[in-house]
Design a protein around this ligand. Sequence first.
Ligand code: TEU
Ligand code: CA
Length: 555
Amino acid sequence: MEVREAAVEGRSSSRAEQWWRDAVVYQVYVRSFADANGDGIGDLAGVRERLPYLRDLGVDALWFSPWYPSPMADSGYDISDYRSIDPAFGTLAEAEQLIAEARVLGIRTIVDIVPNHVSDQHPWFEAALAAAPGSPERERFWFRPGSGADGSSPPNGWQSIFGGSAWTRANGDGEWYLHLFAPEQPDLNWTEPEVWAEHEDVLRFWFDRGAAGVRIDSAALLVKDPALAEERPHSGPGEHPFTDRDDLHEIYRRWRAIADSYDEPRVLVGEIWLPDAERFARYLRPDELHTAFNFDFLGCPWEADRMRRSIDGALAAHAPVDAPATWVLSNHDVTRPVTRYGRADSSFAFESKRAGTPTDLERGARRARAAALLAMALPGSMYVYQGEELGLPEVEDIPHDRRQDPMWLRSGGVDPGRDGCRIPIPWSGDHPPYGFSADGARTWLDQPDGWAALTVAAESEDPASMLSLYRAGLRLRRKAPWGGGAFRWIPSGDEVLAFARGEDFVCFVNFGSEPVALPPGAEILIASNDLEGGAVSQDTTVWLLNPLGQGEEGR
Ligand code: TEU
Ligand code: CA
């Protein structure tokens, strides 16, 4: 393995250890990636067959959304066994093979760890329900008597992120238990040493099997105020009763020590939704997490000024802790970029997500192409969610009886939920299941008619496709045409973002309706859309080489 790794890397060992600083990480949502046995559900065998596709795409690592045994109340984010694989996906032995095979192709594996909650069918929670109030079994969770004279109201007013009360009354003795997500996802009590020990052991379990890192689900939510104080509208930093509490950092320091104890240090990636950039950066101090998702960028509308501020904010927040920023355009929780950017309000927020919003998909696709090249050119690492590279749109007309997402169910259908970005990938052919499953199989979520032009096979043949753009962009990105050069903005009009990295490389994005001429003598490395008589038209990104060569800077 040692020899292979060196060959794959072609980098010095310390550089190889820091691979995560500029990696392209591809998110695999196994259920919807590729189905090898024809039951309509993606599986590990399907991923193994498609590893060459991922190698050719040019990604450095795969992040697998949870693949563990789960009753699937929240698509696998309700785990009943953290040390195995859901039988619908395959076996632990297959997962180990997959990790090793990917590594031979130069692709590392990141597994998803869900420490905030377990499934209600996890042995710990089953034991807690069977045990009496006050028992050690119940101490692993947040069991509390109800409020009101007969205890028939929840212990406090905390609301579930999926809607409704965050408390459900356990059967029999009347105690309530906390669940920040669905009732099938009881929250763990991180004041219990046993909870710490269990998760540290789970980390080692996957690191020992070759996982290069973990993505930490809901990483800012684990610690709760033991007094269960109500949420206050303007709580100060660290004062929210269940978000971003100061005691979280000690957990991640322990995890970092475990990650660092491996010959090739493992990597910790946090899922941290925090508007406060300074609080966010605390998790990325040198002895805590390596990186965290940049949700500000993901939620940012397609507007020059807002994008500039988002990029500036991210770079400024990361610099003091010497952590690389991450650039994320989509994941399994949010509206597909092609759809989001095709709307009058192109920002993303869970609260404002509504079905039936007018959408111009052509415009959205054009912007998504420009956004992809922008993200690829920024300093740091990048995440690509499966199907983003195909330009798949959000599927919005899923029949109600086929929807799976608790966000839709628990909001009474007000929130359209997240099923629309989780549709199985179209690989080939001109009708469902488009090579995802054996012909004739019905996929777990139906694919739309009309995706024939969006299959991997069709897009591979089309040099103007989103897939061709991602392949070409990622290939160039690997060569780092910017060398080690520093990032700096270049003065440009209000509707243009232009930045240099070093002296030779410039990324140029035109948001405005007026085409913008390029500096003379610049060599175009790649463009997200055709130029118009040498000018960059609206919603287009270009990468330029030597555009500054003419000026006083010389070389
Ligand atoms: O998402 C976490 C999540 O939804 C919250 O962080 C929430 O978005 C935020 O607090 C809103 O303000 C992760 C997974 O990505 C998602 O798929 C799961 O459903 C969820 O955790 C529960 O495990
Ligand atoms: Ca299958």
